[in-house]
Design a protein. Structure first.
Ligand code: ADP
Ligand code: MG
Length: 383
């Protein structure tokens, strides 16, 4: 894939220019309605957060205002290619009917193995009777699934408003960084994020590392990490990253204090060398303050991955402090990643950052590669 020019992906206006009057046309909108669900014991299902449904409304309303019949389609959960009642779209359809009456919603795309398998016959069924296609599912656009890459080969296609916003913000970070540009990375696994770390090293001035991934860096520095979570087969890679960053004149900020539990299981604070039997679950207060200073001095910040096991309130403090710094800094702030976004929402700071991406994996892959399979399909479809 080549570096994408934002302007090369057709927008809704381009679609209208191509199709003409949209009134009476059936438009398939691929949305990301993969909402968190609560499954109750009595078999009923409740939507925990309808943010993803509301996020699709600007595109849906733009189309319905022009008289189009909107047919939405999404995946929900991981039903693995067969109908499973617990992943039925019914609860989403009910909420959508309240928010956007008259809009259709197809059954869970992943009830059919043709969706993830990108089966041409499944694509044919999706576009049957459809006049135009809009991709507004940023969170699924890094997947070469049927509903993402298929329809643009058959009908005039464009990106929706949500996708447009994501493209503007994330490609802006990648291609037009304002310095100092700082990436804040945390979460469980370095292996998930290696590609993006390497790509970010090219554009950022510094990378802050928290979460369990700091222990793999500590191991690379030869520091004892007790029984903390780390990835043994990534230790050499972390050593190489530290050396590479140094040779490029970039700073990798690692925590110099850690909170967690000692060998008896009691809450404890350590330096960056953990004693035998200790487990680190969060960055310590000194590191959180130091990271805050770096974020405050930045002009652009991208954050992915919590600083610790924030789901446990004893270990939320590092993540909360970083979230507050994101809210307080004058820098342009972007958050990508499901758990980081959940942490922000838990602290009620989600409105205080400039952009919360609706796609975890997709935002990382876009920053890494500068393009996604779903975008490529939209560009090819219009050429
Ligand atoms: P995101 O979804 O934002 O990309 P990840 O999925 O990579 O983030 O990681 C989030 C998970 O990492 C959280 O469930 C959190 O509990 C866990 N985590 C963070 N720090 C630690 C740690 N020190 N030990 C164990 N788990 C951790
Ligand atoms: Mg996650």
């Amino acid at each position: 894939m080549s570096e994408v020019a934002v302007s090369a992906i057709p927008r809704l206006e381009d679609l209208e220019a191509r199709v003409g009057d949209l009134s009476g046309k059936r438009v398939l909108v691929r949305t990301d309605f993969n909402v968190p669900l609560d499954h109750h014991d009595d078999g009923s299902v409740e939507i925990v957060d309808d943010f993803r449904i509301k996020s699709a409304l600007p595109t849906i309303e733009w189309l319905t205002e022009r008289g189009a019949t909107v047919v939405t389609a999404s995946h929900l959960g991981r039903p693995k290619g067969e109908p499973k009642p617990e992943f039925s779209m019914d609860p989403v359809r009910a909420r959508l009917a309240e928010l956007a009456p008259g809009v259709e919603l197809l059954e869970n795309l992943r009830f059919d193995p043709g969706e993830t398998g990108n089966d041409p016959a499944f694509v044919e069924r999706l576009v049957d009777g459809i006049d135009a296609y809009v991709n507004d599912a940023f969170g699924a656009s890094h997947r070469s699934h049927a509903s993402i890459v298929g329809p643009p080969q058959h009908v005039p296609s464009a990106m929706g408003r949500l996708l447009e916003k994501e493209v503007d913000v994330l490609l802006g970070l990648r291609n037009k960084p304002k310095h100092p540009f700082v990436a804040v990375l945390g979460g469980a696994k370095i292996s998930d994020k290696l590609g993006v770390i390497e790509a970010l090293l090219e554009t950022v001035d510094g990378i802050i590392i928290g979460g369990a991934m700091c222990f793999t860096f500590f191991a690379a520095q030869g520091k004892p990490i007790g029984d903390s979570l780390f990835e043994p087969d990534m230790v050499d890679t972390c050593g190489e990253l530290l050396a590479k960053a140094e040779s490029m004149g970039k700073t990798i900020h690692l925590p110099d204090d850690i909170t967690g539990v000692d060998a008896t299981g009691a809450f404890a604070t350590f330096g960056s060398r953990l004693p035998d039997g200790a487990i680190g679950y969060d960055i310590g207060p000194g590191s959180a303050a130091a990271f805050t200073d770096v974020i405050m001095d930045a002009r652009m910040v991208f954050w992915n991955g919590p600083m610790g096991m924030f789901e446990d309130e004893r270990f939320e403090s590092g993540t909360r402090t970083v979230a507050q710094a994101m809210a307080g800094t004058k820098a342009f702030t972007v958050v990508g990643g499901g758990d980081s976004a959940a942490a922000l929402a838990q602290f009620r700071l989600d409105d205080e950052v400039d952009h919360v991406s609706t796609g975890g994996g997709a935002s990382l892959e876009l920053l890494e590669n500068g393009d996604l399979p779903g975008f490529e399909a939209l560009r090819k479809g219009s050429s």
